[in-house]
Design a protein around this ligand. Sequence first.
Ligand code: CA2
Length: 146
Amino acid sequence: MSRLITILNGPNLNLLGKRQPHIYGSETLADVEAACRKLGSELDLEINFHQSNREYEIIDWIHAARETSVGIVINPAAFTHTSVAILDALNTFDGPIIEVHISNVHKREEFRHHSYVSAIASGVIAGFGTQGYTLALQRMAVLIAK
Ligand code: CA2
């Protein structure tokens, strides 16, 4: 049985650690990927890690995950608040989905308070910085064992 977890990151997260460290911290996305791979090996999880600034690419990776992965961890970034298309794609995935936000979106502008993804997510993590990704993986290990 596969233990592959797909981790997806939306637009502008390629700039993590390079801009706005007061909001998103100083770790880069490569650091986040390395932390996920390290914990993944401890939890016996395989990791597929992607970032894109293009909505269709994220949708294509969700479709691919239907065939390959037992869970999805997703930080849809700004698409969280806009994308019915990503919601529709996630709705076709059978396994657990964990939504991650580095910042506490509820402490920020009103338009960040609504997420299209939260209604179908197994869980939502926000405001734990980049640690949210490894917290999501820990939870994922529990969910896929059920
Ligand atoms: O807090 C999060 O993780 C967000 O998903 C990040 C998105 C934002 O639109 C969401 O409301 C909350 C923005 C990602 C932009 O990432 C940057 C990282 C460093 C520098 C500039 C942008």
